[in-house]
Design a protein around this ligand. Structure first.
Ligand SMILES: Nc1ncnc2c1ncn2[C@@H]1O[C@H](COP(=O)(O)OP(=O)(O)OP(=O)(O)O)[C@@H](O)[C@H]1O
Ligand SMILES: [Mg+2]
Length: 350
């Protein structure tokens, strides 16, 4: 029983609301990613769940039990930080077992848990080293092992991979996800990295300025963003946005959208199209190519229409000439429409 229910959570620092009426549920044994730009309140929410900060209003329950005012030690959660938080003077073994010793877990039990956790994260041969003798990835494994041996059903992670290089990050991402599934952990994972969110999460809670912007499975957020913020936060390059009333060539715009603008598109709003849906050819909206970025597996063509930037992401290598005029179009079903308030009025059908 480790489902987490967060209800109308508020945290104020003086006048500032770091967390503003946030509600979401993490089903037992699943992984929820808190995603959003720096300062949006991700770490604060995690620290409130762990009990490291006092809440201003709202409630938190775990497994149906209200833990809002419970001591951190009584909440049944373990936490992994970006900084690893290892004791430099203790060995890997001592670091992993530290919490169990404090909790007076029997020696035999400690040894068994240590062996199991060390094997799981590949630290068996490094147990006698000190943190300074480890690489960043190995240190993060120690922090993970410490969380595993605690056998707590809820695990909170705050940007645990942000100090690692790209290759190691990808490996550790997979390891954490498979450990979470193997151990059936209920996990809340904080990141501002959309790739981590897309690849690891059962559910993503997208936050902006202390508020929930959208909650859903990764593909739901990507395919059906409810706001311009959500549409442009996920995806690289970000979704193209064309301000409809700035486009003089209405016929060309309609042609680019497959014949006509979706009926729901407001005259003052925006059209959103993902770069991978933009086709470069002879029909549609005329654009001027400003740059071509060859990335190996794909080419990003940067273009301008009436001062508005448009990006196309095309498979393979393409030799377009900067300065040339081409035309762009996209399938009708790729069009997202947003009002001038930034709210989606008619996305592709779910
Ligand atoms: N102890 C504090 N006192 C005052 N304000 C704070 C405190 N801790 C955080 N804040 C403010 O609360 C807001 C949310 O901070 P938080 O650390 O939760 O953001 P975050 O989403 O984790 O950002 P990052 O991605 O940079 O880690 C920020 O505006 C921050 O300045
Ligand atoms: Mg943070």
């Amino acid at each position: 029983m480790s489902r987490i229910d967060i209800h109308e959570l508020v945290k104020q620092w003086g006048e500032v609301s770091a967390v503003d009426k946030v509600s979401f549920t993490v089903p037992e044994g699943s992984l929820t990613v808190l995603l959003g730009p720096s300062g949006c309140g991700k770490s604060t929410i995690l620290r409130l769940i762990a009990g490291l900060e006092a809440i201003t209003a709202g409630s938190i329950s775990i497994g149906g039990k209200d833990i809002t005012h419970l001591d951190p030690a009584q909440r049944g959660v373990s936490m992994v930080f970006q900084s690893y938080a290892l004791f430099p003077h203790l060995t890997v073994r001592e670091n992993i077992l530290f919490g169990l010793k404090v909790r007076s877990v029997a020696k035999e039990d400690r040894r068994a848990r240590l062996e199991e956790a060390a094997r799981m994260v590949g630290l068996t041969d490094l147990l006698s080293r000190k943190p300074a003798q480890l690489s960043g990835g190995q240190r993060q494994r120690v922090a993970l092992a410490r969380s595993i041996v605690s056998r707590r059903p809820v695990c909170l992670m705050d940007e645990p991979l942000s100090n690692l290089d790209a290759k190691l990050r990808a490996e550790m991402r997979d390891e954490i996800r498979s450990l979470q599934q193997k151990l059936g952990l209920t996990m809340v994972y904080v990141t501002h990295d959309q790739v981590e969110a897309m690849t690891m999460a059962d559910q993503v809670v997208l936050l902006q300025q202390g508020r929930v912007e959208q909650i859903g499975r990764p593909h739901e957020l990507y395919e059906h963003p409810r706001t311009i913020f959500a549409a442009t936060f996920l995806g690289s390059p970000a979704m193209n946005l064309l301000k409809i009333d700035l486009i003089a060539e209405r016929t060309a715009l309609a042609a680019a959208c497959g014949g006509s603008l979706p009926a729901a598109c407001p005259s003052q709003g925006y059209i959103g199209v993902r770069p991978e849906d933009v086709r470069v050819g002879d029909e549609g909206l005329p654009v001027k190519i400003s740059a071509v970025d060859y990335l190996g597996a794909e080419t990003v063509v940067r273009m301008i229409h009436d001062g508005q930037p448009v990006f196309a992401k095309i498979d393979g290598r393409r030799d377009y000439t900067p300065g040339a005029t081409v035309h762009i179009n996209w399938p009708e079903k790729a069009v997202h429409c947003f009002g001038s308030d930034g709210i989606c009025v008619d996305g592709p059908a779910p």
